[in-house]
Design a protein around this ligand. Structure first.
Ligand code: DO4
Ligand code: MG
Length: 312
């Protein structure tokens, strides 16, 4: 099962539910995934267990949404796989810093996105208009609650500007945070359904027209650090009252001659967690609707005077 967010044509309010592997959806009695992540694990498990009684079929009237909302933030870790260290050493004007951070006790952690900027499965992902070379970064992301307990796992594409980061590591925030740079989905696989996340395989395929122009495969077992270590480094100096999604770094970096182009299709699959598919667009304009989406969801709240149901 996956914990998902979705909207329905008959009832456009955003709902949180459980998507079963047989293609049925069961609504959950919470208003947001953020509200779920406020709870301790035993409560999350019992809320999820309650969901399975009532089901609806998934069809064209159901639109999937990214499994993140509210004040939940996305953070990411870097240079956690040997392949990321090698790729960055090759591209960078300051190659030694990547060796240093790979070996260091303190992991590299960086802020990636607020929830409303995240795109979901089937949405476009972005490349910056001012960036010459851009890559997908297929990553396993861990979802934790307010207490730092692992709730589950999802797929993240940490889309990045390789040329900006390569020209100067101080440009990292611009290489990592811009319109369409963070895709997450399709849902959250609860931790109690996975025996050993380190055995999960991660695969990527980039299609241009009918051709596969880049593909790769790795396993979470290749990661130098473990997810508990990454999470405790994040929680040691901050609080996450509505939980966090922490992407654990990429082990798949293409050769330097490869870069994403508009209209490319990017598919990332993680065993037992799901497949995240997106197509590439350039620039900011295709993401202008993201703010409309979040603003509509906010005003769904009946207590808001701008909501039609409030009668004000
Ligand atoms: O060091 C910069 C970012 C690294 C990263 O995003 C990764 O290794 O996945
Ligand atoms: Mg990354």
């Amino acid at each position: 099962m996956l914990i998902v967010r979705y909207a329905r044509v008959s009832c456009p309010d955003v709902q949180v539910g459980i998507r079963q592997d047989d293609g049925t959806l069961s609504p959950l009695p919470v208003e947001s995934i953020a509200a779920l992540l406020e709870c301790p694990m035993d409560q999350i498990r019992s809320i999820v267990a309650e969901a399975t009684r009532q089901t609806v079929r998934i069809d064209d009237t159901v639109s999937p949404l990214p499994p993140i909302d509210g004040a939940t933030e996305v953070w990411a870790s870097g240079v956690t796989y040997q392949r990321s260290r090698e790729g960055r050493t090759e591209e960078s004007s300051q190659p030694t810093i990547y060796d240093d951070v790979y070996d260091a006790e303190r992991p590299e952690l960086f802020f990636k996105s607020v929830a409303w900027r995240v795109v979901g499965d089937g949405d476009p992902i972005g490349i910056r208009a001012d960036s010459a070379q851009n890559v997908p970064e297929p990553e396993l992301a861990v979802v934790a609650n307010s207490g730092g307990e692992i709730v589950g796992y999802t797929v993240c594409n940490d889309v990045s500007s390789r040329s900006l980061e390569g020209s100067n590591p101080l440009y990292l925030p611009q290489a990592k945070i811009y319109a369409g740079a963070c895709a997450i989905g399709p849902g959250i696989r609860p931790v109690w359904e996975l025996e050993d996340h380190r055995r999960l395989a991660i695969a990527v395929r980039v299609c241009r027209g009918d051709n596969v122009v880049w593909s790769g495969r790795t396993s979470v077992g290749q990661m130098r650090r473990n997810v508990e270590e990454l999470l405790s480094a994040l929680y040691v100096a901050d609080q996450f009252p509505q939980g966090v999604v922490l992407s654990t770094g990429t082990g798949l970096v293409p050769e330097l001659s490869f870069g994403l182009c508009p209209d490319d299709g990017v598919q990332i699959t993680i065993d037992k967690v799901g497949m995240l598919s997106n197509h590439v667009v350039r620039g900011v304009a295709p993401f202008e609707n993201l703010w409309n989406r979040v603003s509509q969801e906010t005003h769904q709240d009946r207590s808001d005077p701008r909501s039609p149901e409030s009668g004000k």
